[in-house]
Ligand binder design. Structure first.
Ligand code: KG4
Ligand code: ZN
Length: 348
């Protein structure tokens, strides 16, 4: 199969990212990638302020595209995150991609951000690119600040939703708990550092949806339980803060692990692919790897630069989308710019 090169653009939340990725002879190569993060800016507000994020993305998008040195002659198509996410942020990437598609006469491929997170594992594991069929069907597990979703991946573009959160996402729960402990936004990574010195069994938080056999998640009760716990017994000492952090983390990991266990029991999948910002967490990685190990299947993790939002994963998703299209569908993608708009609520 001939080489394919895709430009990926990602602006669904507060990052502005672009990447150029090539798939050639069963090998995926990230040629260039760049990301402008706004984490410090939003830490001031304790969360992402959509209008502020989009305004900064408008400033960042052209420098980021220059940084990845993209030239129209080098690429086959443009892949852009079209949803889900913040509509103002998504629009920056989508409108930029539409202009490039029109000006350069390149096909435009809208990509789902949640699904794109799983393509970070393709970037990280050459054997997945080379011997895909031996990993199918796979359970895909996206655990991020905005999403907690389990899907069954039967092939590229062929997937079924197994379960998702009924309320908050896992990352959101960790961020809100971190905030209650006085840690800066986004608190997931800081909470993990604090938790290293704590005892995970110091506080026993309730197991969400403990009696449900469905693959749904719920994290809002956990967040409320953290608030009550801290109101009853304030985290006055460093020791106590670390204990509370470790206990929250354990409750979140436990919930994630039980659902992965259920998904593997139901589907008899051959592998687990995970993605999303929370999968940078060592306790999450170890917990999920243990569950996969008990089912005798491999757990494929994204390398750390690609756990959070990035454009290389969007380009990788675009590569496989491009490969799956017929010649006629590729020609039609030249006109996608006419009708594409951001889809903030795009569900898998
Ligand atoms: O995938 P991502 O960058 O953005 C979304 O699509 O949401 O995920 C961001 C989330 C935040 O909630 C952040 O606190 C969490 O990932 N996160 C972590 C860690 N690093 C980032 N959570 C736990 N432990 C970490 N080390
Ligand atoms: Zn994300």
């Amino acid at each position: 199969m001939s080489a394919v090169t895709i430009l990926g653009i990602e602006t669904s939340c507060d990052e502005t990212a672009a990447a150029v990725v090539t798939l050639s002879r069963g090998k995926m190569t990230v040629r260039h990638e760049a990301v402008a993060s706004q984490a410090k800016l939003h830490a001031k507000y304790g969360g992402v302020v959509p209008e502020v994020a989009a305004r900064k993305q408008v400033e960042a998008i052209i420098p980021i595209l220059r940084e990845v040195r993209v030239r129209p002659a080098d690429i086959d198509a443009i892949a852009v995150t079209a949803g889900p996410g913040l509509v103002t942020s998504l629009s920056v990437g989508v409108e930029t991609a539409k202009v490039l598609s029109l000006a350069w006469r390149k096909p435009l491929l809208p990509i789902n951000h949640v699904l794109a997170h799983l393509y970070a594992t393709w970037l990280s594991h050459p054997q997945l690119v080379r011997r895909e069929a031996s990993y199918r069907p796979a359970v895909g597990f996206v655990i991020s600040g905005g999403h907690t979703e389990l899907v069954l991946l039967k092939g590229h573009g062929a997937y079924a939703l197994l379960g998702r959160t009924l309320d908050d996402a896992a990352g959101e729960c960790l961020d809100k708990s971190a905030r209650l402990l006085g840690l800066p936004y986004p608190g997931g990574a800081a909470l993990e550092r604090l938790a290293r010195r704590g005892r995970p069994d110091a506080v026993s938080f309730p197991q969400p949806l403990a009696h449900s056999r469905e693959l749904s998640f719920s994290f809002s009760g956990l967040k409320t339980a953290v608030r009550y716990e801290l109101e009853r017994h304030p985290a006055a000492t460093p020791r106590r803060r670390a204990d509370v952090a470790a206990s929250i983390q354990a409750a979140v990991v436990n919930h994630l692990c039980r659902r992965l266990d259920g998904a593997l029991a139901q589907t008899r999948a051959k592998a687990v692919l995970i993605g999303g910002g929370v999968t940078a967490n060592e306790t999450v990685r170890l917990g999920l790897a243990a569950v996969a190990g008990r089912h005798g299947v491999p757990l494929l993790l994204p390398n750390r630069p690609w756990t959070g939002d990035n454009a290389a994963m969007v380009a990788a998703a675009g590569l496989y989308r491009w490969r799956s299209l017929t010649a006629a569908a590729r020609r039609r993608a030249l006109g996608t710019w006419k009708s594409l708009s951001a889809e903030p609520n795009w569900e898998l």
